[in-house]
Design a binder for this molecule. Structure first.
Ligand code: CA
Length: 225
């Protein structure tokens, strides 16, 4: 089980890291919401401990982006105040639970274990677009029941788009997901890859189309008849 700790205060981060490591969890730590996004692109996590007050803003405002990258991620928001309003805002934004500072090690572990148990019991349903099906549990893509074989980058691109189905997938996050932080990638590389994936989907009669939304990103929808 992998946990991403998003916390800028060194003392709290060390405390949480120690407790979770002793309990047998594998953890990575970051101090900014932006760094958490990069970590999610690189690595799959089961749970995120998310501090609300981060140097680059309120952690809960980034929950949508975190989930877009990893829909199965459980998010436990750590809030400094005991205010009901703060908890409600976190849960409304899509967090699975909250933890109020200061917390005892037992409370931290109990909450983390409870959220991970839920996760194992509830596989996410497959996502369907036209005749195309993407199964988040197995990451398999099929068209009308037949597996679709794609090159690695075509597959990363399709994954990035299918998780945003019927919404615009921002160009920046798609770039990050497909190419990582490789600065040597030319800006036109993604457009070329999109054209290739479009052709693959057409040939396979996927019934799904990729649209360019100028200045924003790409949109995957069911193909118009
Ligand atoms: Ca903080």
């Amino acid at each position: 089980m992998k946990i991403l700790i998003v916390e800028d205060e060194a003392e709290i981060r060390e405390f949480v890291l120690n407790q979770l490591t002793i309990a047998g969890f594998e953890c990575d730590c970051v101090g900014f919401a932006e760094e958490a996004l990069v970590a999610l692109v690189r690595q799959r996590y089961d749970l995120m401990l998310l501090d609300r007050r981060l140097p680059d803003g309120d952690g809960v405002t980034a929950i949508g982006k975190f989930r877009a990258l990893q829909p199965t991620l459980r998010i436990l928001v750590v809030t400094a105040s005991d205010e009901l309003q703060s908890k409600v805002a976190g849960l409304d934004a899509g967090a699975d639970d909250y933890l109020t500072k200061p917390f005892a090690p037992e409370e931290l572990l109990a909450r983390v274990r409870a959220r991970l148990r839920e996760f194992r019991g509830e596989p996410l349903p497959p996502i369907k677009v036209g005749a195309l099906t993407y199964d988040p549990a197995t990451t398999e893509v099929s068209i009308a029941g037949r597996p679709l074989i794609l090159h690695r980058r075509e597959f990363s691109l399709l994954e990035a788009l299918v998780r945003h189905v019927n919404q615009v997938a921002p160009r920046k996050s798609v770039m990050l997901e497909v190419y990582g932080e490789d600065d040597a990638v030319s800006p036109g590389a993604l457009d070329t890859l999109v054209s290739r994936l479009r052709r693959r989907l057409e040939e396979a009669q996927a019934g799904a189309s990729i649209h360019l939304v100028r200045g924003r990103g790409y949109l995957l929808t069911e193909a118009a008849c």
